[in-house]
Design a protein around this ligand. Structure first.
Ligand code: SAM
Length: 250
């Protein structure tokens, strides 16, 4: 996912577009003392290593003042070039050549999936949440360090595992005492699912019926957002605000 700094159908248009992108949006990422990396991606054609270097040199009008760091840069940029696609008997292409330049603001970490996939999870139930879906939910809930994520239908804890991966503290509840207390034995339970990945364990697992939620009435700091399948509460440490991601009844 990129913050788009400019685009064009050729490099002249791209330059004009990048120059027109507001200075205050660019300059924080061009500062001396920072490090950066520019990668070149192409779609519909291959760009040789030498061509990639030439493309990068062609961006010299962007006043990067930081150092290049290819291994762990502070800021990552991408030049993405697509080829004309679908040229046919002199007719215009279906998709025209387009060049984009942007700053990376996020990316999918596909490497997480093999690590967390359910088939290698110790404690599984028939409705254990798929790892990829759990990560999506955790991201939607902005689960991160300093927040507390609560899943009132915790089951095997698979949603909380996703939230804990992103640094959130976790807490779960389930109506079934066997789920929160026993699992399938001492090394096969919600706790062991966290241990398996070296994640901090939930701060608590409660036995609770969420038809009778154990929260005080009129909890004013509750905000609500829709998310399918389960409830997730997030308590923000300092503000104690509580976005509630709630179920559609499945
Ligand atoms: C679909 S499973 C949750 C699966 C869980 N997300 C996981 O990854 O394993 C639903 C869980 O909600 C629990 N449950 C059902 N009704 C409940 C209620 N009224 N209050 C609390 N938990 C309830 C069930 O015991 C079950 O463990």
């Amino acid at each position: 996912m990129y913050e788009l700094w400019g685009q064009g159908s050729d490099y002249e248009e791209l330059e004009e577009s990048i120059r027109n992108f507001p200075e205050e949006r660019k300059s924080p990422y061009l500062q001396p003392g920072s490090s950066f990396k520019i990668s070149v991606e192409s779609f519909g054609k291959a760009i040789s290593f030498q061509e990639q270097n030439e493309r990068i040199q062609g961006l010299a009008y962007i006043p990067f003042k930081g150092q290049v760091n290819l291994k762990s840069p502070d800021h990552k940029f991408c030049l993405l070039e697509t080829a004309d696609y679908g040229l046919n008997n002199g007719l215009p292409p279906i998709a025209q050549r387009r060049i984009f330049f942007g700053r990376e603001v996020g990316g999918a970490d596909r490497k997480l999936i093999p690590t967390y996939q359910l088939k290698s999870r110790t404690y599984l139930g028939p409705t254990a949440m798929d790892a990829e879906m759990a990560f999506l939910m955790a991201n939607q809930a902005l689960a991160t360090s300093g927040k507390l994520v609560f899943d009132p239908f915790v089951g095997t804890g698979s949603i909380l595992v996703g939230a804990a991966h992103f640094g959130a503290m976790t807490m779960g509840a389930d109506i079934d005492i066997r789920v929160v207390r026993d699992g399938r034995g001492p090394d096969c339970n919600v706790w062991s699912n966290f241990k398996q990945y070296g994640l901090p364990p939930p701060i608590a697992l409660l036995r609770a019926d969420n038809n009778l939620p154990p929260w005080r009435p009129g909890l004013k700091e509750v905000q609500q957002q829709y998310l399918h399948q389960y409830y997730l509460f997030i308590f923000r440490g300092a503000e104690v605000s509580l976005p509630l991601l709630y179920t559609d009844g499945h």
